[in-house]
Ligand binder design. Structure first.
Ligand code: PGA
Length: 251
């Protein structure tokens, strides 16, 4: 049985006081029930240290939204895996579609980041997903296959146990359009089949594959009840404690 993961990607939202307010509210409200899933939040870099302090007596895990693939050096504006570890991050989102398409991150960088994160003991959430025009041209499977193969190049079957994959169709992110649950489930099954080809079926069956793209309290249950959907990577709906908690409850 794969344990579900519900993760909240805050993106470029929340100042430090706002972050403290949201995390305090989440902690308080989560005290009343034991989530059946793992919960991770991904605040902006500058909030990580304070949020980490706040989460010390909480079941919520902490992650960062990005990192650089080099160990350290002259990379103005960048953040290393060691820096993230030193402020309490356990997870890191890699290859989010906004990084791929707004900041033009190529598959090679994404693979380097996955490898560096694993080497440093951070658990990567590797994001994959097709753009609208790719879907319309019938290229979804081709794109997913490329992103999985390139993203996981050089990753052993032992190391992949520390990786989570998030399938996020780009046309569903921040648009209010979600993939139909069965449609998302078949994309997840396709990804699992590629993992079986690359590794074996045990690895594929134990891999957590989250869905992301306009997950909201009103669609979370349908998505999360699909056999191949092991959780949600939530953007917009994680910025308010109540809607994030509703999604956690659906899992
Ligand atoms: P969204 O974002 O829930 O706002 O669509 C999801 C994501 O980008 O991870």
């Amino acid at each position: 049985m794969r344990k579900k993961i519900v993760a909240g990607n805050w993106k470029m939202h929340k100042t430090l006081p706002e972050a403290i307010e949201l995390v305090s509210e989440l902690k308080n409200k989560l005290q009343n029930f034991q989530p059946a899933c793992d919960v991770i939040i991904f605040p902006p870099f500058v909030n990580l240290e304070s949020v980490s302090e706040l989460l010390k007596d909480s079941p919520i895990h902490l992650g960062a939204q990005n990192m650089h693939f080099e160990e350290s050096g002259a990379f103005t504006g960048e953040i290393s895996a060691d820096m993230l570890k030193s402020v309490g991050a356990e997870f890191v989102i890699i290859g989010h579609s906004e990084r791929r398409h707004i900041f033009n991150e190529p598959d090679e960088w994404i693979n380097e980041k996955v490898k560096r994160a694993l080497k440093k003991g951070l658990k990567p959430i590797l994001c994959i997903g097709e753009k609208l025009e790719e879907r319309e041209e019938g290229l979804t499977e081709k794109v997913l296959r490329r992103q999985v193969i390139e993203g996981l190049k050089g990753i052993s079957s032992e190391a992949i146990k520390n990786i989570v994959i998030a399938y996020e169709p780009v046309w569903a992110i921040g648009t209010g359009k979600t993939a139909a649950p069965q449609e998302a489930d078949s994309a997840h099954a396709f990804v699992r089949a590629i993992i079986t080809e690359l590794y074996d079926s045990d690895v594929a069956q134990s891999l957590t594959i989250q869905y992301g793209g306009s997950v909201k309290p009103n669609n979370a249950k349908d998505l999360l009840s699909q056999p191949n959907i092991d959780g949600a990577l939530v953007g917009g709906a994680c910025l308010k404690a109540d809607s994030f908690i509703e999604i956690i409850k659906s899992a």
